[in-house]
Design a protein around this ligand. Sequence first.
Ligand SMILES: Cc1ncc(COP(=O)(O)O)c(C=O)c1O
Length: 391
Amino acid sequence: MKKEEIFKEYGEHILPTYLKIPLVFVKGKGSRLWDIHNRVFLDFFPGWGVNNLGHCHPKVMSAVRDQSARLIFVPNSFYNLCQAQLARELSFYTFPAAYFFCNSGAEANEAAIKFARQFGAGRHEIITFENAFHGRTMGALAATGQEKYQRGFEPMLSGFKSVPFNDIGAVEKAAGPNTAAVMLELIQGEGGINVAKKEFVVSLREICDRRKLLLIVDEVQTGIGRTGKMFCYQNYGVVPDIITLAKALGGGFPIGLMAVKKELSGVLGPGMHASTFGGGPVICKAALAVLRAVRKDKLLQNAVIMGEYLKEKLTALKGKYPVIKEVRGMGLMLGIELSVPGEAVVASCRENGLLINCTHEKVLRVMPALNVTRGQINKAVGILAGALARL
Ligand SMILES: Cc1ncc(COP(=O)(O)O)c(C=O)c1O
């Protein structure tokens, strides 16, 4: 198919739910992507946070190839060797936990919402935060404190109280006899790379302990090494009761996961929650390959070193281009807040072979693969500087 035919097919047969960039990618390797005209791009926002290992990591490719030649799928009514292997490997990294497997971030958060309601036994409210993003299904959407995503889909599922981020007084005020949980991202990704303060997270844990609430941390975007630790909560010295994961865990294949503290594992019993595809053999092998690659390729260390290097270079740009208000983030999850809308910068970078993202209108989001190199960072920052100069 030619590019024009692909566009035509989309126009005629695919629901226009996504704003489209007129590029067709056909090949990827590490931090590079090739389009249909064989033009190469440096990908500093790979897969919206999915490709933490870069594109087509050889360990993920061979794990999927091997497992799909053996057994592609069996339902959760049977025991599944690959799921048991993945659970064992995950347990090296998480707090002592029991896992529920599903297929996406929204689904993992739906599981957490249901879990909180069951745990609450009558208490059904969840405190969430302004500018949060937890997904597009009706429960996750209700938890997402941004009107622009909810508009037109009302009535929202009830029972969510959205309060200002990093405001512990607001949480204290919102907590009441019906509260069952507090749910947050430690770095709000879609909300503009807003980083939770350490004292705030420590106090949240204290409130949750005192009031017997679940602390649910959505690690869908921050998980799997993105911030230099396997999970972002490990930067805070605070252990949540539940984390939800998706995106990078599958190395490009769809997966979702809810991890709950082991002592809470009796809250959901047989028949109370399910997902047909959740934790199938092929995806579990892909996730296993991801976790092993993070360890063997020392990607957490690389994320810390390259994260500091990239932040330093971006901060240096701030001195040169007053349009940059702030550079913030952790590890390789960085945001550059501008005083003007960022879409023109993103487009100009793209025209010059660099893919980045803009979120919350004015925040450029840069989240390269964890195996990004110094050379690739130098090149990307050069292209970004050119785009800022052209503003
Ligand atoms: C923090 C967070 N939670 C949940 C989601 C939803 O994940 P999914 O698109 O896999 O449903 C996202 C997606 O961007 C996210 O960033």
